[in-house]
Design a binder for this molecule. Structure first.
Ligand SMILES: *[C@@H]1O[C@H](CO)[C@@H](O)[C@H](O)[C@H]1NC(C)=O
Ligand SMILES: *[C@@H]1O[C@H](CO)[C@@H](O)[C@H](O)[C@H]1NC(C)=O
Ligand SMILES: *[C@@H]1O[C@H](CO)[C@@H](O)[C@H](O)[C@H]1NC(C)=O
Ligand SMILES: *[C@@H]1O[C@H](CO)[C@@H](O)[C@H](O)[C@H]1NC(C)=O
Length: 548
């Protein structure tokens, strides 16, 4: 078959390519290293429009949800949008009280596709096993502009009272919209012409094994559904018709590498380059850091079955030839955010939907983010407007510069290592005194519907000298995978009053490797009241840097 020969020879061509011309940009390097982006972006779907690859991921109760990342080479990625600007799934997503919260619910594995005929990006996902939601962004100009999107204008377009569990969209050549979904019993539904309702659905595959995470494709006349057998395998289902019958072959099975103490690379999707070279993008369970993406080339047999290009030991390669040679670049994940402009960058996600009346970007040449207290509580897990940022691995620091001069009595602000059990360094204002504290022992309980079971213990403290208006709070995390091991990676907490000399407060926090919260540890900044609303802090900057 045509494309297999092209794919194989092109791959060999890449391997033997002469050194690429140009400069030392990462994008020009002859090989890339896995993981491609050492951050928590699970349940991925990857597509290409023109020169641009887009990547969608799940985000649970973080808001905005379902980030869209962009790349020109499948290796360097940056978040450019979120398909679900507001979690419109019910009051609990607004974090309205200690008993009305959505931890671990919300956006699970979902799907992103582009429909050329209407210039529309479509995102679909099942929430809480009962309803599926469709968000669309139209008028993006992506097709006519080589994949580039000038404006994302996501709209809540429809919801249906049916769960397309772990779904994968397909827009067929004739513009029919299908969605593959389900666990164990893999189903295909045909949607109406706008994708807003179901026309019909039927089961297309089962052999009794627990499989999920569908991704649906049409390639050279064949329909494919890629599914995962968690948390080790990726299977490929192939048929001449969307309705089956589907034959099955295993693409990867408990494949080793490319990182120690991470799970097998599985659950992901495939994408072709403009040159018709194909890649499988999967994730590895890399707790405490979450689930991080890895890329490997695939080749095709003459009868349309993909196989993974492994390294010489049969493992997922640590390095491969660069997928695309391009001079186009995206911004790096590290650096300093001064919160300039009129909206937050897409690196940021709130814990649940924020109270939009309680934060604002200050604008002007200095930027800054003002966080007013939004909740009176003694529980950070119930406080609204905690702003989170993924941690880049294997080791990095996240430093928030915060103006604390307008805090009110009883307010608590700080920099957290956010997860289902966590710690923070922060300021507790008591009367007119600012106590600088290291607090650990905050947790929510997976065995009790994620209710709060510990609101924190002050494990170290010191008093800031009177008149201190600004602090730099640094969280330094090691998210080197330790999944399924007894090893606990550590995070340390530091403060400074001049931005250059940092002092550690408290002892190292031991991170857990449990997967049940799904999302890995994150950097976070918060400001909440224990007595009354009215206090304010200004987050002047956030810097994320890799640490040796
Ligand atoms: C959540 O908050 C938003 C903004 O305040 C509001 O428009 C929406 O109605 C709330 N959702 C629910 C279900 O209460
Ligand atoms: C809270 O629950 C978590 C998860 O079940 C557990 O690890 C932790 O020890 C509990 N903490 C307290 C203080 O009960
Ligand atoms: C809590 O739930 C997890 C996952 O279901 C289970 O493995 C663990 O044994 C439970 N712990 C307790 C104390 O019940
Ligand atoms: C953690 O918090 C719980 C609940 O407040 C408390 O019972 C426990 O003593 C605390 N543990 C430590 C080590 O401080």
């Amino acid at each position: 078959m045509r494309f297999s020969a092209i794919a194989c020879s092109a791959l060999l061509g890449l391997i033997h390519a002469s050194p690429l011309a140009g400069n030392s940009l990462d994008a020009r390097a002859a090989t890339f290293t896995n993981p491609v982006l050492w951050e928590d972006y699970p349940d991925l779907e990857v597509i290409r429009i023109g020169d641009v690859f887009y990547y969608s991921s799940s985000t649970f109760a973080f808001s905005p949800g379902a980030p869209v990342l962009k790349s020109y080479d499948l290796v360097n990625w940056t978040p450019v949008s979120h398909s679900v600007p507001t979690l419109n799934f019910g009051s609990k997503y607004n974090l309205t009280s200690a008993t009305d919260r959505a931890y671990v619910q919300g956006i699970w594995a979902s799907s992103l596709r582009y429909r050329e005929s209407t210039d529309t990006f479509m995102w679909i996902g099942c929430v809480e096993s009962s309803k599926s939601y469709l968000w669309t962004a139209s008028g993006t100009g992506a097709k006519s502009n080589n994949g580039e999107v000038a404006n994302w204008d996501w709209k809540a377009t429809a919801s249906v009272n049916k769960c397309y569990y772990d779904c994968g969209l397909l827009v067929d050549d004739d513009d029919t919209i299908y969605v593959a979904y389900g666990s164990t019993n893999i189903m295909v539904a045909q949607l109406n012409k706008d994708g807003t309702a179901e026309v019909k659905s039927q089961q297309v595959y089962t052999d009794g094994t627990y499989i999920e995470g569908s991704r649906m494709y049409k390639i050279n006349g064949y329909y494919y559904i890629f599914v995962t057998k968690p948390a080790t395998d990726e299977w490929v289902l192939k048929s001449k018709s969307p309705w089956g019958p589907y034959e099955m072959k295993v693409l990867v099975q408990s494949i080793a590498g490319p990182l120690a103490n991470a799970g097998a690379s599985h659950q992901g999707g495939i994408v072709g380059t403009k040159d018709n070279n194909w890649y499988y993008v999967a994730f590895m369970d890399s707790f405490p850091g979450g689930r991080i993406p890895v890329v490997a080339p695939i080749t095709w047999s003459s009868d349309g079955w993909p196989s993974l290009v492994k390294d010489s030991s049969g493992a997922w390669g640590k390095t491969y030839p660069f997928p695309v040679s391009t001079s186009k670049t995206v911004p790096p994940p590290t650096g300093t955010d001064n919160f300039q402009g009129t909206s937050l960058s897409h690196e940021w996600e709130w814990n649940h939907n924020p109270d939009t009346t309680k934060f604002k970007l200050l604008g002007g040449s200095t930027g800054g983010l003002q966080l007013s207290t939004a909740t009176v509580t003694d529980d950070l897990y119930t406080a609204r407007n905690t702003l989170t940022h993924r941690i880049i691995g294997p080791k990095s620091s996240g430093t928030f510069r915060i103006d604390i001069s307008k805090m009110a009595d009883g307010d608590r602000t700080g920099a957290a290592l956010f997860r289902d059990n966590m710690a923070y360094i922060g300021i507790h204002r008591e009367g007119t005194t600012d106590k600088l504290v290291y607090v650990n022992n905050l947790s929510i309980d997976l065995n009790n519907s994620w209710k709060t079971n510990a609101t924190g213990t002050v494990a170290a403290s010191t008093t800031l000298s009177a008149g201190t208006t600004e602090v730099w709070l640094k969280v330094q995390a090691d998210i080197t995978p330790a999944f399924n091991t007894a090893t606990q990676r550590t995070t340390t907490f530091w403060y400074s009053t001049d931005g250059s000399k940092f002092t550690q407060l408290g002892s190292a926090f031991k991170m857990t490797n449990d997967w049940h919260f799904f999302t890995g540890f994150r950097y976070a900044v918060f400001n909440f009241a224990t007595k009354a609303l009215g206090g304010v802090v200004q987050v002047k900057s956030f810097a994320m840097e890799k640490v040796a």
